[in-house]
Design a protein around this ligand. Sequence first.
Ligand code: CA
Ligand code: CA
Length: 302
Amino acid sequence: MVKIKADQAIYSFSPGNKPVATIKPGEIAIFETKDCFSNQIESEDQLFESADWSTINPATGPLAVEGASKGDVLVVDILDIETAKFGVMTAVADMGAIPHLLDGSETKIVSIEGGWAKFNEELKFPVKPMVGVIGTAPAEGDIPCGTPGKHGGNMDTKEIRKGTRLYLPVWQEGGLLAIGDLHALQADGEVLFCGVEVAGRVTVKADLLKNTDLSTPILETEDFFYVIGSAEDLDEAAKVVMEWTHAFLKQRLPLTNNEVGMLMSLVCDLQISQIVDPLITCRMAIPKNAFSPYKISLGERE
Ligand code: CA
Ligand code: CA
């Protein structure tokens, strides 16, 4: 089993990144991760503005999967997510979706104990650990780890959690998987630009689907497929996930374009993952049981 230390970090998903470890398809890897501040904020005296921004949004890796090449799909099973004992939340004066409602910048340390995140003396919440940043090297160019896209990246999608399977397009040899930015808890929208940001460890199994066309990340949970897409604004992000969902269903169902659209309108919820990153991320939920006579899947595993 391969273990990748948190200091083996990238700050951009890039075709030029060299793999720090390699596994065979179907093998397990552990990614130790820093939080999105590179663990620089450890007390409530430290504001976001005091952090060294050049190391914001690290992702651990990249990991190469032997045999992965352009046109394949990386199948990443999230086997486990462990978090540190405390997480960080930051209100930042001019960031997030509601800066005009804030009283300036503030840092809150949230202790995590026994499966609960303690917000204050009165409020605590069960943790729902999730992966904020996970992706492959893109077709071309460097994409900062704070930006989501067709390669994955900073999708901040709360459904990417233990027990789920993420399908990511491969453009470069080995795929070059990197993971970071865990949240102990985050709501849809991520309106203040943070969840409970936390360091930790993610255990994954990475496998391959050879020669499988995929336009964008798709997440599979026990009950849903989620088509995940990002764009400049909320309208465009919604539109791209609807278009990809329509194409995904049309390829797999013996139904007309109109019928597929009707079914999307009936049973596929359009959801907002986050509205605060450089691109906005939406997802469309495809309930497996609604389509059970057709046994929708992404393709046969090699
Ligand atoms: Ca994030
Ligand atoms: Ca984050």
